[in-house]
Design a protein around this ligand. Structure first.
Ligand code: NAP
Length: 295
């Protein structure tokens, strides 16, 4: 059986995988919690492809070696998670325009003999907003809380989707300014009070995340809100990039205040769908991926 061909066999075929089965992977540290292999595999099964997705625990500082391994082993694609997004950007052959601006990669695509680094987080987030809340950032005032890798991807994507203002609120002001600069004239570093005026509020900090081993030592308790509850209200869409738990303390508070809420799982599913499409050339089976993400 040649790799990547549509085959119409039952997904449980004992003939799969074979030595010819194409392999994709997620690299990160930690990686055991990652839903990526499950999402990828759900798509391969729905497509009837004999592709396989696995996770590799790659310690900090080893991203370049891992990317060399991707070349040597002929992996078809790689999802890149913490802490390797910046190092992977430096290790691939080519960057897409978005990855070049972010200097970060969450997805590696094999194109002929080259490894292309892309960032699908921001576009995945905007797609999730559209599909889960019918929200279009064009002409809107958006506030992003946090200024790390995920926040930067979201800030750039909101600006590219036509947001009128992208306010970045972060405990380290300098990083807020750097992230806001990605949005060009629409971007602005702001204080926490600015959230009350935003039509879209995005939590891009780890506050509210259940313990998965991803929080840095000494991080805040999972019930701490990234935004004061009295700054949330009806007329707002409140999105959390945290997806574990599905209903974070922020989303619970926002729902109580009458806001429309969007959990982080949608971004995870949509960024993976964009990666899968780049790897295979096929539109991703979102329903199957959602089912896998929530099962
Ligand atoms: P990161 O690069 O480490 O950035 C974290 C940001 O949160 C920084 O701006 C940091 O502020 C801020 N922060 C951290 N702890 C804080 C605290 N106790 N109080 C206030 N601010 C705090 O992390 P990241 O990669 O951007 O990820 C951020 C979150 O998004 C994580 O929960 C991650 O799981 C989630 N995420 C979700 C998806 C998805 O698909 N749903 C994708 C990517 C990331 P300073 O700048 O002051 O340090």
């Amino acid at each position: 059986m040649s790799g990547g061909r549509r085959v119409g066999l039952d997904r449980c075929s004992p003939r799969w995988p074979t030595a010819a089965s194409p392999v994709v992977a997620v690299i990160g540290d930690p990686v055991a919690h990652s839903l990526s292999p499950r999402l990828h595999q759900a798509a391969f099964d729905a497509w009837g492809l004999d592709w396989v997705s696995v996770g590799f625990l790659v310690p900090s500082g080893q991203a370049a070696a891992a990317v060399a391994g991707v070349r040597a082993l002929g992996l078809r694609g790689v999802s890149v998670t913490m802490p390797h997004k910046a190092a992977a950007a430096a290790a691939v052959d080519v960057l897409t325009p978005v990855a070049r601006r972010l200097r970060a990669v969450n997805c590696i695509i094999r194109r002929h003999d080259q490894l292309v680094g892309d960032s699908t987080d921001g576009e995945g987030f905007v797609q999730a907003l559209a599909s889960q809340a019918g929200f279009d950032p064009a002409g809107r005032v958006c506030a992003v809380v946090g200024a790390g890798g995920a926040a930067r991807a979201v800030v750039l994507a909101l600006a590219e989707a036509g947001a009128r203002r992208v306010l970045v609120v972060n405990r380290t002001r300098r990083r807020a300014e750097q992230a806001a600069a990605l949005a060009g004239p629409a971007g602005e570093a702001a204080g926490p009070a600015a959230v009350a005026d935003a039509e879209l509020v995005v939590n891009a900090t780890p506050l509210g995340m259940a313990s998965t081993g991803r929080q840095p030592a000494g991080s805040q308790p999972a019930d701490q809100l990234p935004v004061a509850a009295d700054r949330l209200g009806s007329g707002q869409v409140v999105a959390d990039l945290v997806y574990q738990p599905a209903i974070t303390p922020l989303l619970a508070a926002a729902g109580q205040a009458g806001a429309i809420t969007v959990g982080g799982l949608g971004m995870l599913v949509h960024q993976a769908a964009l990666a899968l499409t780049s790897w295979t050339g096929q539109p991703a089976p979102l329903d199957a991926m959602w089912a896998a993400a929530t099962s």
